[in-house]
Design a protein around this ligand. Structure first.
Ligand code: NDP
Ligand code: 2IT
Length: 460
């Protein structure tokens, strides 16, 4: 263990140099992984005041250890398409850190999936999961398989082949995957069936986001979107504001967006826009959620179809221009880096009051810095979208105790968890000299619990 060299240097210099040195090593080891480096940089910058105050985290090389995954699993996923052709995709699972519980995190099926994407998501999941207060470590996985345009049978054959390999690495006390982009209840159902067949055992705790009839939790479908809005409501109320009558713009039209729209509308907000990767719709009468659900949740349509049923609505075919729309609150709920510095400038010029990251890392660093500088209330994804994985942990608890809670019970627990994450993040920001900065506060609060657990467990 390194000796303290604080006698020669100021604490501050030592912390900054340590942070820089760790980041240089991460850059050298992962040169072609921009998203992973982006996620690591944000955490490292937030932690400098922690290292200044508690040099033990440097002495134990906690950060050096956290930025290196426990293991990266990469595998071939062969499957047969409807024309009888053999297709091959690449599967991933990155098990990042299990200091506070079994690895936990979603699976993403999207053509953009690669090592960098899965590692950034897995790394962020460590801190998010810690913030929930639940006993879950950090992981992420997925495949570059593109579900768009595939038949249900093709999706089933692909997910079965994916699970055949993944099953060797997961289990209720080992690693518990769930959904993410391109993976919803249908895909989780197919994967659960394949896992069950391979083990000849009914082990519901191996996956979360399952159907209600075979161990799924009520309110898991709604949890991420509802949780984002609960978090925003908490943040607004602490600043003498409220969601009622606020104009809200929400990107995406998938699981997170749909239930963020639903809860924001229930709390009296006017949600006027949403999108998919092709474009966005604006409906100043308020988005008709029933139409969006029919097109995007039960159906496999494009969001442009919305305007055929709602003549007052408009469609525009550039999804990132959604941030040009004047609004009080913007919730990016689609994907990483979808809101950049230019978009942030436009939102600020249009007097936006609050931003809530429903997606993982949807705002670029430059955008986040601008929001913070300009005093826009900013809810980072690790805190704001943690409701999904928090309810996944509640699903695991219900599975292991063989009981089911009502929708209201789970929803109540979710609200309490989101309030607790807000308070913890604000508390850590205050304690470490960045009062009101939820980005730093969430990163610090998430880090401390995992770091202390790692110290207690020795160098492993
Ligand atoms: P879905 O697959 O249900 O929906 C994704 C939505 O985002 C779709 O509208 C999709 O449009 C759009 N989208 C995806 N990729 C892009 C892109 N490259 N450019 C523009 N739009 C895009 O996923 P989720 O709603 O589950 O996930 C959305 C985000 O929330 C992700 O960042 C995910 O990591 C995060 N998240 C999800 C949680 C969950 O529980 N599901 C929990 C916490 C965070 P299209 O239909 O055209 O592809
Ligand atoms: O990014 C996320 O937190 C998720 N996709 C949910 C993970 C989970 O295990 O429920």
């Amino acid at each position: 263990m390194k000796a303290l060299d604080g006698k020669q240097e100021t604490k501050s210099n030592r912390a900054t140099e340590y942070a820089e040195q760790v980041f240089e090593t991460v850059k050298a080891r992962n040169p072609h992984e921009p998203e992973f480096l982006q996620a690591v940089k944000e955490i490292i910058d937030s932690l400098i005041p922690v290292f200044e105050k508690n040099p033990k985290y440097m002495d134990y090389s906690i950060l050096d250890r956290m930025v290196e995954p426990d293991r990266i699993i990469s595998f071939r996923v062969p499957w047969v398409d409807d024309l009888g052709n053999v297709q091959v995709n690449r599967g991933f699972r990155v098990q990042f850190n299990n200091a506070i519980g079994p690895y936990k995190g979603g699976l993403r099926f999207h053509p953009s999936v690669n090592n960098s994407i899965i590692k950034f998501l897995g790394f962020e999941q460590i801190f998010k999961n810690s913030l929930t207060g639940q006993p879950i470590g950090g992981a992420k996985g997925g495949s570059d398989f593109d579900p768009k345009g595939k038949s249900e049978l093709e999706i089933m054959r692909f997910t079965q082949s994916f699970m055949t390999e993944l099953s060797k690495h997961i289990g209720p006390d080992t690693d518990v995957p769930a959904g993410d982009i391109g993976v919803g209840a249908r895909e989780i159902g197919f994967m659960f069936g394949q896992f069950k067949k391979m083990r000849s055992r009914f082990e519901p705790g191996v996956l979360t986001g399952k159907g209600i009839d075979f161990g799924g939790s009520l309110a898991r479908t709604e949890a991420t979107g509802y949780g984002v809005v609960y978090f925003i409501q908490e943040m607004l109320q602490h600043n003498d504001l409220d969601l009622k009558d606020k104009t809200v713009v929400i990107s995406g039209s998938g699981n997170v967006s749909i239930y963020a729209i639903e809860k924001a509308q229930q709390l009296g907000a006017n949600v006027i826009a949403c999108s998919d990767s092709d474009g966005f719709i604006v409906d100043t009468d308020g988005i008709c959620l029933e139409t969006v659900k029919r097109l995007k949740e039960t159906g496999d349509e494009r969001i442009c179809e919305y305007v055929k049923e709602h003549s007052n609505a408009h469609y525009s075919d550039n999804c990132t221009d959604i941030w040009d729309i004047p609004c009080d609150i913007a919730l990016p709920c689609a994907t990483q880096n979808e809101l950049d510095e230019d978009a942030a400038r436009k939102l600020i010029a249009n007097n936006v009051k609050a931003i809530g990251e429903g997606a993982n890392m949807p705002c670029t660093h430059a955008a986040v810095d601008l929001f913070l500088e300009e005093g826009v209330l900013f809810a980072p994804g690790k805190a704001a979208n943690a409701g999904g994985v928090a309810v996944s942990a509640l699903e695991m608890a219900q599975n292991s105790s063989k009981i089911s809670w009502t929708f209201e019970e789970v929803d109540f627990k979710l609200q309490e968890i989101m309030k607790d994450i807000y308070q913890k993040s604000m508390g850590s920001a205050e304690e470490y000299g960045t009062s009101g900065n939820l980005v730093a506060g969430a990163n610090i609060a998430g880090f401390l619990k995992v770091a202390d657990a790692m110290i207690a467990q020795g160098v492993v």
